[in-house]
Design a protein around this ligand. Structure first.
Ligand code: MV4
Length: 451
């Protein structure tokens, strides 16, 4: 039985996890860096342990310190949140070796899905549609050229240990291939210490659709529908929603079954996300599987009524899923905006600083997950996301109006934020119509430059 959880993260997700634990009667331990002495997550937990200096590599990524803090406080489980150590198979393995319950899939599953070329192979074998591409990792340029020819241009070159866009390049012709391949390889070696690449045909202007799944330790797997995460910039998502305007009941059933099949093929447990690219003609392809809770999980929570963090904890504690597929119903519409300390008019560069004063909206259908307070100083050491504003209404157009109204109420003084930029998106006709693909933000920014 899990009695005490150490939350190996910071910011809003640490608080989100602490809240779920408190409601479940589970004690909490926060960890914090020297830069986070005044951070809210450290104050809200039952106990807090300082784990090292400000740089993440010395604190939130410091496995030994986090394991020690778990032992010293007598916690029996670790929730890794997202980012940091959440998809690190060596950390999950270390937890397993120390008899600490890692709240997520087992280390071997994390490792196997972390190898994106291997994941592609697993899914393909299970009958999950994958994008035409290489069957084996590629390290030699000449092999890359041969395979690219056989796939057909444009091709996308991806790092085997990549994901989320790092070490990824598009080659539109044989002329471009050499340069793009070598550049992608160099980035991959630097970022992951591994120069193995894989190739896929490049899909132009798809939507990014991801399915949330839950899997217990007894082979039960359900899906909770999709999220549309097409609105992003430099692989940083900005606005997410559920359900997607491009997915009807029939497609949801089909893709949901495929997502469940994908999770079963990976022998997956806990909460996970299957990422797909979806084309205008309804063709869809597996891209990768994320083995963590995601930033945008609240939109799924709101349209299903299921608390994903509590389910993660129950699953890790050896309980059966609380829901069968028949008990999952998608109702209404939810949108999330990520509020960042950044300047959209200066290439979205981070703007850390002190919040002099603030006011956050509330009311029916408004949820704010944040770790900020008046007087709080946002550190330059970590991610610039300060808060998530999530709305729920009975349909998409009502949800957009609610988001517009709520963004209009937000006051954050002392630092530059992207709030006005998000507010502007809610007013756009193309956004309201929902005809949005992964290149939408490029289009918006280009139009803004022209004005
Ligand atoms: C692709 C693709 C088009 N074709 N693969 C981006 C991150 C990583 N998960 C894979 N990504 C892509 N893979 C093929 N074969 C386009 C992207 C992509 C993308 C995907 C989802 C959301 C935003 C994106 C932005 C640029 C590229």
């Amino acid at each position: 039985m899990i009695h005490k959880i150490l939350v190996a993260n910071r910011g809003e997700i640490a608080i989100r996890i602490i809240r779920a634990c408190r409601e479940m009667g589970i004690e909490t331990v926060a960890v914090y860096s020297e830069a986070d002495k005044t951070a809210l997550h450290a104050q809200l937990a039952d106990e807090a342990v300082c784990i090292g200096p400000a740089p993440a590599k010395d604190s939130y990524l410091n496995m030994e310190q986090i394991i020690s803090a778990t032992m010293v406080t007598g916690a029996d489980a670790i929730h890794p949140g997202f980012g940091f150590l959440s998809e690190n198979s060596r950390f999950a393995e270390l937890c397993e070796a120390c008899n600490i319950t890692f709240i997520g899939p087992d280390s071997r599953t994390i490792e196997s899905l972390g190898n994106k070329a291997h994941a592609r192979q697993t899914m393909s074998n299970a009958g999950v549609p994958v994008i035409p591409g290489s069957d084996e990792p590629v390290t030699e340029l000449y092999r890359g050229i041969e395979i690219a020819e056989s796939i057909g241009y444009p091709v996308i070159i991806k790092a085997v240990l990549g994901g989320g866009g790092k070490g990824m390049r598009v080659a539109r012709s044989k002329d471009e291939f050499e340069h793009e391949f070598l550049t992608a390889q160099k980035e991959a070696s630097q970022a992951f210490g591994d120069a193995r690449m894989y190739l896929e045909h490049y899909i132009e202007n798809p939507k990014h659709i991801e399915f949330q799944i839950l899997a217990d330790q007894y082979g039960n797997v359900i899906h909770l529908g999709e999220r549309d995460c097409s609105i992003q910039r430099n692989h940083q998502k900005m606005i997410e929603e559920a359900p997607s305007t491009a997915v009807d009941e029939e497609l949801r059933k089909e893709m949901g079954e495929v997502a469940v099949r994908a999770a079963k093929a990976a022998r997956y447990t806990n909460a996970g996300t299957i990422e797909f690219l979806l084309e205008a003609d309804r063709k869809y392809y597996f891209m990768e599987m994320n083995t963590r809770i995601q930033v945008e999980h609240p939109v799924t929570e709101w349209v299903t009524g299921i608390d994903l963090i509590k389910e993660q904890i129950r699953i890790a504690d050896g309980q059966k899923l609380s829901y069968t597929q028949d008990q999952v119903h998608i109702t209404g519409h939810s949108i999330e905006c990520r509020i960042n300390a950044e300047d959209p008019y200066r290439n979205f560069c981070p703007c850390p600083g002190t919040i002099q004063d603030m006011y956050l909206p509330g009311g029916k259908g408004i949820r704010i997950d944040s770790a900020i307070y008046s007087g709080y100083t946002i550190s330059p050491y970590y991610d610039s996301m300060m808060a998530k504003l999530i709305v729920y209404a009975k349909n998409r157009s009502e949800a957009i109006k609610k988001m517009h109204s709520a963004l209009g109420e937000v006051i954050i003084e002392g630092i530059t934020t992207n709030i006005d930029f998000l507010y502007g998106i809610m007013e756009r006709e193309d956004y309201k119509k929902g005809n949005i693909t992964i290149s939408y933000m490029d289009k918006v920014l280009k139009e803004m430059q022209e004005d």
